[in-house]
Every structure is written in C-alpha cells, then in structure tokens.
Design a protein around this ligand. Structure first.
Ligand code: PBG
Length: 329
C-alpha cells in the first residue's frame, strides 16, 4: 500500500466534513458598522462600498430593527459630520445636542437591548482630519487624551455600551477608563483598537466620512504594517490599562497578528474587516471575477480561524440575511 494515512477520509461527504469542521461563524459575534448622517429620509450610497449607505437617524433606526430581526445585536456607529462643524479641537464630538450623541440617546431608548459601540477619535470632527490634536504639524499625544476623555464621557452618558478608541494615542485606554470610573460609569466597556495599522485599506471609509487627513499620513500613531512584536507591546499596555476587548485592524492582511494576540492575551480578541477589504471583494464580484458570496464566507471564516472571536464587518447584514434564507456557501 502506498500510504495508510488518508486525511481525505474526513472530507469524503458533506456530513463528515461537517463533523470535522473546526470553525463556525456566528451572527451574534458580528458587529455591524453603520454610517450616520444628518437630516431625515436620507440614504446616501457610498460609491466605494456597494451595499453600504450613509443613513439619517430615522432610516438608521429602521436598519437596526431589521438587522436585529436577523440576529445582529451590536452596531458600531460612525457619524459623518458636516465640514462647517469641524474644528482643531473636535468640539462637536462632545456636543450633547449634536448629531452623534443625540442619535445614540435615541437609538438606546428605542432599542435598549442592543449593544451600541462608538468610535472615539478626533478625525470625523477635526478640521485637520487627524485622530489627534495637531500643533505645528505634529500630533500631540497628551493634549489629545483630554479631548478623547471628554468625548468618551459624553458618549457613555448618551448610552453607549462599548467605547471604541480608534486613535492609537499612548495611554488612552487608562486615561479614558479613569475618567469613566471617576464619573461612576464603571459599567461602560472599552474595546481598544489595540493593534491598528497605518493601512491603505481604510480608503473607502475615509470617503464615507470625508475624514481623510488634510496633510501627511497617520504613521506617527498607527502601526507599521511590517511589525508584529509591537502588537504585543500595545496589547500588554491596553490590558493593564483596563481594556475589555482587544482589536486588530485591518483583519485580512493581519491574520498573523490576530493569531498572536489570541495566543498572548486572555481578553476576547476582535478583528475589523475594514472598508477596503469589503470593497475589494465587492469590486471583483461585480466584475464577475470571483464569487462574492463564497469569498465573503471564506474571508470571514479565516478571520475567526485566526483567533478573532468578534468580527466587525460590513458583510454582517448580508451574511445574516443569507443564513436567514438558508443559503449554504
Ligand atoms: C478613524 C477610523 C478609521 C476607521 C475606523 N475608525 C479610519 C482611519 O483610521 O483612518 C477605518 C474603518 C474602515 O476602513 O472600515 N478613527
């Protein structure tokens, strides 16, 4: 006999493949990122993200209700702020009457049992388009922390369940945790964008929010795509500082980072399947160059297999709909 080792036996029928399948996706591990704009009855498609729209609050409420019926229970809300409201200090980010905080309040009231995740960073509100406070062309770390803390408190008070600091300033998790605890907001969670890389894959997202940096790039705060050990440094600090979840972002070019974070930390690991990763699959599938459904499923599976328990993905609704409709990929 040529060989008695035949791993193919475990692949011989669909039933046996199912028995030996190691990884399963679960809709309740998804976080669906959604984009909020001002006004009513407004739905603005994002050109570089087919299937994803910027929605005014009334339509976003309907969208959440529909997604909830599909089993999605966590939403990460990003606001598109009008240019005239942007300034150097991101003042609009803690305006309790502003678009974002008002929407969080109303969504929470309407759907008390869903989980609302926010974005904590200056870029959607900053006239400089950077995640931090800019002075003489430099991003000032500690000055940024004060603004992030104000923003965090305002979001928590509005009803956010999980804050998502996506800015990559040093010490921000501890600073925000302390600010929350001082105000008695001890139940509010923090999902740290812990290993967030300076990536080309955020392009469509910046189109969606018109939040691209006005000068330079984000390399002094977001991580160098060449580095893995640095992710462990960031994870160690965020864990010590009180993060409840550690996120890796982007996901698909960083599966090794997801793996290493899952091996090194006991906190739940999340991965952000970002806008550019979504756009690539959509574009190729619209061209008939690959099967979009299968590519979606395979890439989400690979993120989970790498070690992410939680996946933030623009595919959340589409995937949940497919499961609901009994589609097998
Ligand atoms: C900004 C932020 C970004 C994303 C989430 N929060 C963009 C950036 O860092 O420039 C990207 C998400 C995506 O591409 O889907 N604080």
């Amino acid at each position: 006999m040529f060989t008695s080792n035949r791993p193919r036996r475990n692949r011989k029928t669909a039933a046996i493949r199912a028995l030996s399948q190691e990884t399963y996706l679960q809709v309740n591990n998804f976080i669906f990122p959604v984009f909020l704009i001002s006004g009513t009855r407004k739905r603005e498609p994002i050109k570089s993200m087919p299937g994803i729209d910027r929605l005014s609050l009334d339509l976003l409420l309907k969208e959440i209700e529909y997604c909830k019926s599909l089993g999605i229970s966590t939403f990460c809300i990003f606001p598109a702020i009008e240019d005239r409201l942007k300034d150097k200090f991101a003042t609009e980010s803690y305006n309790t009457k502003g678009l974002y905080l008002n929407a969080i309040k109303i969504i929470k009231k309407e759907f008390p049992d869903i989980c609302i995740m926010t974005d904590v960073a200056m870029d959607p509100y900053s006239s400089d388009g950077h995640d931090g406070y800019v002075e003489n062309g430099k991003i000032l770390n500690d000055k940024t922390l004060e603004i992030l803390a104000k923003m965090s408190l305002a979001q928590a008070e509005a009803g956010a369940d999980i804050l998502g600091p996506s800015d990559m300033m040093d010490g921000r998790i501890g600073y925000i945790r302390e600010a929350l605890d001082d105000q008695g907001l001890t139940d509010v969670s923090i999902m740290s964008y812990c290993a967030k890389y300076a990536s080309a894959f955020y392009g469509p997202f910046r189109d969606a929010l018109e939040s691209a940096p006005k000068f330079g790039d984000k390399k002094t705060y977001q991580m160098n795509p060449a580095n893995k050990r640095e992710a462990i440094i960031e994870g160690t600090l965020d864990e010590l500082e009180g993060a409840d979840f550690l996120m890796v972002k982007p996901a698909l070019s960083y599966l090794d980072i997801i793996h290493v974070m899952n091996e090194n930390f006991n906190l739940p690991i999340a991965a952000y399947n970002v806008s550019g990763e979504y756009a690539m699959i959509k574009a190729a599938s619209q061209n008939g160059w690959l099967d979009g459904k299968k590519a979606m499923h395979e890439s989400l599976l690979s993120i989970k297999r790498a070690g992410a328990k939680i996946i933030l993905t623009y595919f959340a609704k589409e995937y949940a709909e497919d499961i609901h409709n009994g589609i097998v990929y």
